[in-house]
Design a protein around this ligand. Structure first.
Ligand SMILES: O=C(O)CCC(=O)C(=O)O
Length: 300
């Protein structure tokens, strides 16, 4: 029996399609039940295979919408490019016990300036590893003078620069959290403060009235944009990192990392980042600092 179809539907094609389906069903009824089941099984398997294997990798995704080449779907980008950083976040320096999670472990200290603390950024053995890398090479810490680095009363700690080879995995983690390439960072600098040693309040960014050598460095590498200080030991008394302009003090706790941005999002140096290391009153304080520049860092 012919059905009357609404005018908007292309009636010729529908009739033809229905005829084919009717013929197919009649044929199927004539075949033995066992053959019918096998045929239905094969057709279902082919449909499932198509849906689960081929369709999932072809599905248009956010990456293609954003202009990432369509032959690199999101799943492939994640596995090939991001995995390295994920590994750096989860376990470095061969320490499988480190379960640092940047989202759970972050504390917001201030937005102006931008100051954050990452709890348990390094595990205890990672802290010890960094101390061991440099403890036999310490010399009096210096500051940026007019033309070259110099020893001053205001900074009485001892320190040693670590090599990139020694700190590669930790540099990777810092890079993954700060979203700056590893190359923008200066070498990790290990510092030891003994009793009564301190670093009086100062800025990490370079003033623009410095000598030629510093100006050349600024030209090559840009300003220091961010600073990360990682506490490698607890301190019995004293040794807080203070921000006098915003009235905040961070107590050193082994494994925690303090991150602040020396520059504002507008790329002006931030005068609110004035900070210092209070005198250690009891015990000793070990830290590493990482200064991160706007551009790739080269020291000569
Ligand atoms: O020792 C501290 O807590 C601060 C260190 C510091 O300000 C620096 O090394 O630039």
């Amino acid at each position: 029996m012919e059905m009357t179809l609404p005018r908007t539907v292309p009636s010729g094609n529908v009739r033809k399609g229905r005829g084919i389906i009717r013929q197919y069903i009649k044929k199927l009824k004539r075949t033995p039940a066992r053959t019918r089941y096998i045929a239905v099984g094969i057709v279902s398997a082919v449909i499932l295979l198509y849906l689960f294997v081929f369709r999932s990798s072809d599905t248009p995704n956010t990456a293609t919408k954003l202009g990432v080449p369509s032959d690199a779907p999101v799943s492939k980008i994640i596995s090939s490019e991001v995995k390295e950083n994920q590994n750096a976040l989860l376990a470095v320096a061969d320490d499988k016990d480190n379960h640092f999670d940047p989202f759970k472990n972050v504390q917001i200290i201030s937005w102006e300036p931008r100051v954050f603390v990452y709890k348990n950024f390094l595990s205890s053995s990672e802290c010890q590893y960094l101390i061991d890398c440099g403890k036999d090479h310490l010399s009096r810490s210096q500051v940026v003078g007019q033309d070259k680095s110099e020893v001053v009363e205001a900074r009485s700690s001892f320190g040693a620069s670590l090599t990139r080879e020694q700190t590669r995995a930790i540099d990777q983690r810092i890079s993954a959290v700060t979203h700056f390439p590893i190359e923008n960072g200066e070498h990790l600098y290990l510092l030891r403060y003994g009793s009564d040693q301190e670093y009086k309040p100062h800025y990490d960014w370079f003033a623009d009235d410095l000598g030629k050598e510093w100006k050349d460095m600024l030209e090559r590498s840009g300003q220091r944009y961010a600073t990360m200080i990682i506490y490698l030991s607890d301190v019995e008394e004293g040794g807080e990192t203070t921000f006098p302009n915003i009235n905040k003090a961070i107590k050193p706790e082994k494994g925690d990392a303090l991150l602040f941005y020396d520059m504002k999002p507008t790329c002006e140096v931030d005068h609110l980042t004035l900070h210092g290391g209070e005198k250690v009153k009891k015990g000793e304080k070990w830290i590493v600092t990482k200064w991160i520049h706007q551009k790739k860092y080269t020291d000569a």
